[in-house]
Design a protein around this ligand. Structure first.
Ligand code: NAD
Ligand code: WQD
Length: 340
């Protein structure tokens, strides 16, 4: 019995594969390496002492996916595979809809015909848009996201809810807040491909001298110091939540629809400048920055109420912002050592 992990060599996927292997799950990875690299597989093996089976193909290639389902007895899937760059999604909407939705539908076709259940979907706090009240719990009304990327997440959720209801299957929608940090071994982390859009990779590269200065997008928000606030969750804590969600899903009755939805965050908001300061303190380095205009499409504030996950999954985030940012810096040093 195996768990199919799509996008399992990516940032969150690779950390989750480690946690699954540590919990004695058999793991099969499908990843087309469109945003990841093969050395991550070797590093997963170094960390866990186990080598998951790996198939490097695009999930849109239905015939190859069918072969994987033929070859294994799949007892669940965690579907990380997706394109995730918000800006790029506005420029290449058709590619984003195609990749993020066709991949999902191809897997669901296999699940449907083979009577499989236990499907976990990587969703995002972006489905809430700018919520009217903080913290954001699972009953907070959804708002159609502005970005194409965000829309693929909201549409993915809808598709899965219909799937669960129509065929009596068990699904879990995990809405991540802002994942950060790297594995404590420094062998897994977020691969910086091109100029980072997200805050922490940009901070990391600025501290390393790869970027001259961080642009802080706006200091006139109604927040503690005028900069926007997010809920930064450590990636290993997030990975552990997947194992908890999977075990919970698998323990539930299989003859009726289950739709589990969890917000995965720390419950604490941090401003952009608080992140910069925490990075400097944790690593004893400087992060030069300049204040710029607001970034289009940004929201002011978002942080989770993670109580439902704590109560039902017995999971909560444990790692401090500084500790997470310390692992980020170790990862940067590891990447530098690989380049030398
Ligand atoms: P990532 O890009 O590091 O990982 C995604 C992986 O999927 C990559 O390894 C990529 O090569 C692979 N992939 C993409 N399309 C594929 C396809 N058609 N076939 C096979 N493999 C494919 O991203 P991540 O940060 O690990 O995010 C994982 C998931 O979590 C994504 O669905 C993302 O939308 C979601 N998410 C991420 C964040 C975040 O800030 N990182 C926040 C909320 C939700
Ligand atoms: C965080 C804060 C920026 C870069 C995005 C996606 C969302 C989700 C997470 C997947 C904001 C500020 C950033 C920089 C800055 N992904 N910032 N200078 O905006 O919360 O969300 O990633 O689902 O869908 O939209 O994350 O890391 O881009 O930004 O000042 O160079 O840092 O303005 O306030 P965000 P982020």
């Amino acid at each position: 019995m195996a768990i199919l992990v799509t996008g399992g060599l990516g940032y969150i996927g690779s950390h989750t594969v480690v946690e699954l292997l540590n919990n004695n799950f058999e793991v099969v990875i499908v990843d087309d390496l469109s945003n990841s690299e093969k050395f991550i597989l070797k590093n997963i093996e170094e960390i866990t002492g186990k080598k998951p089976d790996f198939y490097p193909f695009d999930l849109k290639r239905k015939e190859l996916l069918t072969q994987v389902f033929d070859a294994y007895s799949i007892e669940g899937c965690i579907n990380f595979a997706a394109y995730k760059a918000v800006g790029e999604s506005q420029e290449r909407p058709v590619d984003y809809y195609e990749n993020n939705l066709f991949s999902l539908i191809n897997i669901l076709q296999e699940f449907k015909t083979r009577e499989l259940s236990n499907f976990i979907f990587s969703s995002s706090c972006t489905v809430y848009g700018q919520a009217d009240e903080m913290p954001i719990d699972e009953n907070t009304p959804l708002k159609m996201p502005e970005s194409v990327y965000g829309k693929t997440k909201q549409m993915g959720e809808e598709i899965l809810i219909d799937f669960a209801k129509a065929y009596n299957r068990k699904i879990s929608l995990l809405r991540y807040f802002n994942p950060i940090g790297a594995h404590p071994s420094a062998k897994l982390g977020e691969l910086p491909i091109g100029i980072p859009n997200n805050l922490v990779p940009y901070v990391m590269q600025t501290a390393a001298g790869i970027r001259e200065k961080l642009s802080v997008w706006g200091d006139d928000y109604p927040t503690v110091d005028g900069t926007a606030v997010r809920d930064y969750i450590y990636v290993v804590d997030l990975a552990k939540a997947h194992v908890a969600a999977l075990k919970s899903l698998m323990s539930k009755e299989s003859d009726k629809a289950t739709i589990d939805i969890y917000n995965l965050g720390t419950g604490k908001g941090s401003s952009v400048l608080e992140v910069v300061k925490a990075f400097e303190t944790a690593n004893n380095v400087e992060v030069p920055y300049k204040i710029c205009d607001r970034r289009e499409g940004d929201i002011t504030i978002a942080y989770a109420n993670p109580n439902k996950a704590e109560k039902e999954l017995n999971w909560k985030s444990e790692t401090s912002l500084e500790e997470a940012l310390r692992t980020t810096w170790e990862w940067q040093k590891y990447l530098e050592s690989r380049n030398n």
